[in-house]
Design a protein around this ligand. Structure first.
Ligand SMILES: *Cc1c(COP(=O)(O)O)cnc(C)c1O
Ligand code: SF4
Length: 342
């Protein structure tokens, strides 16, 4: 049973002040044992979970945990965040830099693969650790942190008049406090040929209280046209505080798109993909991409066969308006755009 979309979250104690997003982030679950205990799952899993978490640690915000079904090891949200022994298997073809980010790096923290747009790795940090993440092995320590460290990237953007859109990515760029984000956006606004600012973030989904008045002002008061690309994979993610955050973005006039990754045991079903698209479009969020999994080391058990993925999209097309069907794509190193699979 999928909880109703508009169901408000009254589960918290109304006498307590709402936590700030910084507090929610600080309170995220980082201990595998706590994650298992909170969901009433068997502690016999702990040895493999702990071993897998040594390669890529556990991180689950409370709001996200609240959307899981306690006691269900196959919960589709839990599957995205619970480390399993499968991650330690070495599978041929699954490598550390699956999308060849390193050869697209035109300045520290700046990747340019496609015409007209460049991507800034604003931070390596995230509010959640997705086990299938394609940048789980990215060498974030080598990227800029302070504003002055960004100067070479800003200079590279200023020097290339063909770039009209800057993508803030990571990691998760919205994990950066508004003050720092604002400084970065101000610097970008001074580059005359930039027209659009696109933010790729999972925070509106996993830490919805990040979408507050300050962030909205930052986005809507900029000279640059704001575009938000969020990342939800399953309809159960789009409920309660997350639905509120998406509605806020859309009603503020921020073009909001969603990208998903096709994940075995999470969303590899036409019914689920349909439900996900419907929940998104009901809130005014447009399904943008459905990504074929990048073949990153440790994520092989999430891979869905491409022919099956294609059959899902074909069925989806029969059920939904065209704008609600995401483009099924794969990222191929060296290609001038994401490669359509249909
Ligand atoms: C995926 C990606 C983009 C965005 O591609 P769109 O098709 O515009 O969404 C831009 N730059 C890099 C380096 C990317 O990996
Ligand atoms: S939020 Fe995005 S970058 Fe961060 S772990 Fe998840 S998929 Fe990776």
């Amino acid at each position: 049973m999928i909880p109703a979309l508009d169901q408000a979250d009254h589960s918290h104690d109304l006498t307590q002040p709402e936590p700030t997003w910084h507090e929610s982030l600080a309170a995220a679950i980082r201990d595998p044992q706590v994650l298992l205990q909170r969901l009433g799952l068997p502690l016999t899993l702990l040895p493999q979970t702990t071993r897998a978490a040594k390669q890529f640690s556990v991180m689950v915000p409370e709001s996200y945990l609240q959307r899981m079904q306690p006691g269900d090891l196959n919960d589709p949200l839990l599957r995205q965040v619970l480390p399993l022994g499968d991650e330690l298997l070495d599978v041929p073809g699954f490598i550390a830099d699956a999308v060849d980010d390193q050869s697209a790096r035109i300045a520290p923290g700046l990747l340019k693969k496609y015409a007209g747009r460049a991507l800034m790795i604003v931070t390596g940090a995230c509010a959640i650790h997705c086990r299938y993440c394609f940048r789980r092995h990215y060498p974030y320590n080598e990227e800029p942190r302070r504003l002055e460290d960004w100067q070479p990237a800003l200079d590279a953007l200023a020097a290339d008049e063909s770039i009209h859109e800057v993508l803030l990515s990571g990691g998760d760029p919205l994990i950066v406090p508004d003050r720092r984000l604002s400084d970065l956006i101000r610097s970008l606004e001074q580059i005359p040929h930039l027209q659009r600012l696109r933010i790729h973030s999972r925070l509106p989904i996993v830490l919805p209280n990040r979408v507050g008045p300050d962030l909205i002002s930052l986005l809507t008061e900029s000279r640059l046209t704001p575009i938000m690309v969020v990342h939800a994979n399953h309809p159960h993610e789009i409920q309660r505080d997350c639905a509120d955050a998406l509605r806020t973005l859309v009603r503020s006039g921020v073009t909001t798109l969603n990208q998903s990754v096709l994940l075995r045991g999470v969303n590899d079903s036409v019914d689920l993909l349909q439900e996900l698209s419907e929940r998104l479009i009901n809130l005014g969020v447009i399904p943008y991409y459905l990504h074929q999994l990048d073949r990153v080391q440790g994520a092989a058990h999430f891979e869905v066969d491409e022919a099956f993925g294609l059959s899902l999209i074909k069925q989806l097309r029969k059920r939904l308006p065209a704008y609600a069907v995401p483009r099924y794509v794969r990222e191929e190193a060296g290609q001038p755009h994401k490669s359509p699979l249909e």
